[in-house]
Design a protein around this ligand. Structure first.
Ligand SMILES: Nc1nc2c(c(=O)[nH]1)N[C@H]1C(S)=C(S)[C@@H](COP(=O)(O)OP(=O)(O)OC[C@H]3O[C@@H](n4cnc5c(=O)[nH]c(N)nc54)[C@H](O)[C@@H]3O)O[C@H]1N2
Ligand SMILES: Nc1nc2c(c(=O)[nH]1)N[C@H]1C(S)=C(S)[C@@H](COP(=O)(O)OP(=O)(O)OC[C@H]3O[C@@H](n4cnc5c(=O)[nH]c(N)nc54)[C@H](O)[C@@H]3O)O[C@H]1N2
Ligand SMILES: [Mo]
Length: 836
């Protein structure tokens, strides 16, 4: 799902660098940890000692005593603390871990009851043998494929799974479904679904997952840094491959730099708390950043303080956009600072001040993704690029815009590391850009899943083309948690009743596992061997992911499950290529090893990259050094230098402030240039359906729903529920006190949450982090209360626009009231009926 700018990487020469390496710290424990009696690629477990592995939250050193995990820390010392790294033991077997202990099937499904679909989530479960489960699933997949075709099997299976280049759950599923004859896949992602579709029209690349102007240059050259709708001190705790930890270190340096730092966010985020008086917080009304940007742009136009030369040389169609800004188009409304202020809540004088500040100083606009996970989310980054174009510093060191500084350590200089291999889908046949290509026969935008299940045959618009929903009869989900991540849970429950069969591979009894018909118990990453790189943009490390503890008796890796399913379907050898776990890992490693040998790449300390046997035996991450090119990388420098020789990948080769391509699509909810559209629900609307704006950002002490079932929850749960942050004035008006249980509700559903009364949220706004495990009070009833506080019970399941069809998780209004009934017992972390 995420693919990083390989082109950019490839043009960076493999240069060995022996100079000082920033933030490449020493291994926490230098002693080489040898398990007793290592043979070639020994997979014998360390019963007492330290084992190195890695997760989304970074390279880990896990201490084991008598075969049990006793401690887990960063593999490197001296890094900013990341609490997510401390709970490995809980993930294997803690108080709330809630592991799936055996293959299980829902009773009425097993008994082939006619109404069995109605009972999803409310049924009893029955344990079956592994062989029985394999037969049941393979027979059913064969049946559905034969009777209804490949396009009735949904394998989009969106989700963050675990790190690791072999035990890559989603790719393993796709490999199985591709080799079996095809499936329906998912387009795009939940993270940046709107930005990644609009940006190629505007700047010719995805932009969202690409290397940013390097941090050393930002620290050296930027005078003003704007952290716009981003909360990097929380979101940089994780990365798609594995976190290299550098982003947090760079933001710390930024804090200490004395630069002018502005953070624009409706909520006083942990990043704003962290920056304290070294930054200025601008509190903006949720969903109104486009208006704020327009106010700044209008000011620049009226004062004529904008870079006309840049606009002329490097952009397309500014005039048409300027007419809109000045009120010369149909709406006849100048988007003045005054106009903007009335919408976004930032004062007129502040808006004017920003226009002046940005134009007269080297300014870096660092935007997050939240603002585009909103209705008309396409407009935000398009407008930000337009604003940056008027400032005119795109392509200069420390100037312009950056969409990924807050995510996966964008801006950490790229190293000379060779890249390890990974499991692939096999023969793929998609028609999108490479990273969309998951081997699917056809694909639907990921966030349209409920709409697709409910409306087979419906045709939707998507980025200039039409997609007709197939009729899905079987869903196979691995490595994702749609009953937490998808908007409007109650609608998803209805949609989920449509297919004949739903299969889920999971480690835990998550809400999604509970909503399945058949579940396979999966090993945690600490119960299998793997490899991963860290630093999605830096490629700083190659990490061994050594098995830390013995696997639960019935748990299998996704690889084993799909290998056995492939065998049962008659293509086992093709699936496994007759390789076992360690053979694959050796092959993946050797891809990198051979590259390193060929290019003369060494490790950061100048030593040779070890062969696989030595690497595995040594049991520690390899560290590579940034290249000079990586450290001096300026995004769009080549385009700025020569826009004719180095045009962008847009039709005009320039930054498209006006897009003829989009104009031709004729969409009512995405025009030919960026503009302000009123969101479907927001605080400034007439006849509000509910009182408060709900902001549901990413949790600081979890990765979405992952780590919910660990002791970290003790640090944030209020009255055993997900917290809701409420402004003191609002709490007072509703008679809600700190620690009270609150019912948050709207026309879509209702949830219980625990009150945190705090002025970090402004009046009229409440915050509930995404990621709480959905926990229905009575799963047999419609619109039942979620006892644990999953924000998505309240969010809206419509697309951003016909262009990107991305989710709008962060556009919703809700009501709140003190919950006066007896607090129901939480069951989110308990197995369902029939399961141990
Ligand atoms: N309201 C609201 N909703 C949102 C968002 C928001 O901002 N607000 N953000 C959205 C975004 S950006 C995202 S990316 C999504 C995230 O949504 P998800 O990616 O679905 O969230 P995770 O909690 O990471 O779910 C991963 C699941 O995979 C399981 N898993 C981990 N490793 C393995 C493995 O090896 N094998 C198998 N079989 N399973 C494994 C985990 O136990 C977990 O249940 O949420 C979206 N939803
Ligand atoms: N610890 C941790 N880190 C993560 C994740 C996680 O679950 N936990 N998830 C990862 C993933 S998959 C993704 S996609 C990224 C998500 O990265 P983002 O989407 O950037 O993260 P969010 O937390 O959703 O939002 C960032 C900030 O935007 C603010 N915000 C909300 N609404 C508005 C608005 O209308 N205007 C403005 N200006 N600001 C607004 C929020 O209050 C929050 O402080 O994070 C990644 N990092
Ligand atoms: Mo995401």
């Amino acid at each position: 799902m995420k693919n990083f700018n390989q082109n950019r990487r490839n043009i960076l020469k493999y240069t060995a660098l022996f100079a000082a390496v920033p933030f490449v710290n020493q291994l926490a424990d230098k002693s080489t940890l040898l398990a007793a009696g290592i043979k070639k690629f020994s997979t014998e477990l360390v019963l007492n000692g330290d084992v190195y592995t890695a997760a989304h939250w970074g390279a880990l050193k896990v201490s084991v005593k008598n075969g049990k995990i006793v401690k887990s820390t960063n593999a490197f010392s001296g890094m900013i603390e990341n609490p997510l790294q401390s709970v490995t033991a809980d993930l294997v077997d803690g108080k709330n871990t809630n592991r799936i202990k055996a293959p299980m099937v829902r009773k009425s499904y097993l008994e082939k009851k006619a109404n069995h679909r109605e009972l999803r989530g409310a049924d009893e479960w029955v344990e079956v043998s592994y062989d029985q489960a394999i037969k049941l699933v393979s027979d059913e997949i064969k049946r559905v494929r034969k009777e209804k075709g490949a396009n009735s099997i949904y394998g989009g299976s969106y989700g963050w799974k675990s790190s690791g280049n072999l035990h890559n759950a989603r790719t393993l599923l796709h490999r199985f479904l591709t080799m079996g004859g095809g499936f329906v896949g998912g387009l795009g992602d939940y993270s940046a679904g709107a930005a990644q579709v609009i940006m190629p029209h505007v700047v010719g690349t995805l932009e969202t997952y690409e290397q940013q102007t390097s941090w050393p240059l930002v620290l050296e050259h930027s005078k003003v840094v704007v952290i716009w709708g981003a909360n990097p001190m929380d979101t940089l705790r994780i990365a798609w491959t594995s976190n290299d930890g550098q982003g947090l270190e760079y933001f710390k340096k930024l804090k200490e730099s004395g630069k002018k730092i502005i953070i624009i966010d409706p909520i006083k985020s942990n990043t704003i708390e962290y920056f304290g008086n070294t930054a200025e917080w601008l509190c903006v009304t949720p969903n109104t950043d486009v208006a704020l940007m327009l106010g700044i742009i209008h000011t620049m136009l009226t004062t004529q303080q904008y870079n006309k030369e840049f606009i002329e040389t490097y952009t397309e169609g500014f005039d048409k956009f300027a007419d809109y800004v000045m009120g010369k188009t149909a709406d006849k409304t100048p988007k003045s600072a005054k106009w903007a202020s009335a919408i976004c809540g930032v004062s007129e004088s502040k808006i004017k001040e920003l226009a002046d500040l940005f134009f007269n100083n080297r300014t870096m606009l660092m935007t997050g993704y939240n603002m585009q996970r909103q209705h008309h989310g396409e407009q935000v980054h398009w407008m930000a690029v337009t604003l940056a174009s008027m400032i005119g510093q795109i392509g200069l060191p420390g100037g312009g815009f950056g969409i990924s500084y807050h995510y996966a350590n964008g801006g950490s200089p790229t190293t000379n590391a060779p890249v390890i291999g990974g499991i692939t889908v096999g023969k793929a046949s998609g028609d999108g850009p490479e990273w969309f290509n998951d081997g699917a026969s056809i694909s639907i935008p990921v966030a349209r899943i409920a709409d697709c299940l409910l409306n087979p045959g419906k045709t939707i618009d998507y980025n200039g083309r039409k997609i007709t929903y197939p009729e899905i009869d079987l869903v196979y989900w691995v490595g994702g948690n749609p009953f937490v991540h998808h908007q409007d849970t109650n609608l998803l429950i209805k949609a989920w009743k449509k297919p004949s069969t739903i299969i889920v591979n999971e480690m835990y009894w998550t809400p999604t596992a509970k909503m399945a018909d058949i579940v396979f118990p999966i090993t945690t990453p600490y119960e299998r061997n793997d490899l991963t790189m860290s630093g999605d943009y830096s490629n700083l490390n190659i990490n061994p992911m050594k098995q830390v503890v013995k696997a639960l008796p019935n748990a299998k890796s996704d690889y084993e499950v799909f290998s056995d399913l492939a065998k049962a379907c008659g293509f086992g050898d093709q699936y496994t290529e007759n390789k076992d776990e360690m053979t694959w890992l050796e092959e993946f490693y050797n891809t990198a090893y051979n590259q390193a040998k060929k290019a003369g790449v060494t490790l950061a300390d100048g030593s040779e990259m070890p062969d696989f046997e030595t690497f595995w035996k040594n049991n520690k991450p390899l560290v590579f050094a940034p290249t000079p090119e990586g450290e001096e990388f300026v995004r769009y420098a080549d385009f700025r230098e020569d826009p004719i020789l180095n045009p962008l990948g847009t039709p005009s080769g320039k930054i498209e402030i006006y897009s003829e391509t989009i104009a031709k699509m004729n969409y009512k909810d995405c025009g030919a240039f960026p503009q302000w559209f009123e969101p479907i629900e927001w605080l400034g609307m007439k006849n509000k359906p509910a009182e408060f704006a709900l902001v549901s950002p990413h949790p600081s002490l979890r990765l979405h729903s992952q780590l919910s079932n660990t002791s970290l929850r003790d640090q944030y749960a209020i009255a055993d529920r997900e917290p809701i942050w409420i402004n003191p004035a609002d709490a007072k008006a509703k008679g809600i006190k700190n620690g009270d249980i609150v019912r948050a509700y709207n026309q879509r559903g209702q949830i219980l949450v625990g009150a945190v009364v705090s002025d970090i949220v402004p009046k009229g706004v409440v915050r509930i982090y995404e990621g709480a495990w959905y926990d229905p009070m009575d799963p047999s009833k419609e619109n039942t209360l979620c006892k644990n506080g999953n924000a998505n019970v309240l969010t809206i399941d419509i697309p951003t626009s016909e262009l990107a069809d991305a989710n709008i998780a962060n556009t919703a209004l809700v009501n709140i009231e003190k919950y006066k009934e007896k607090a129901p017992q939480l069951t989110a972390f308990m197995p369902p009926k029939g399961a141990k």
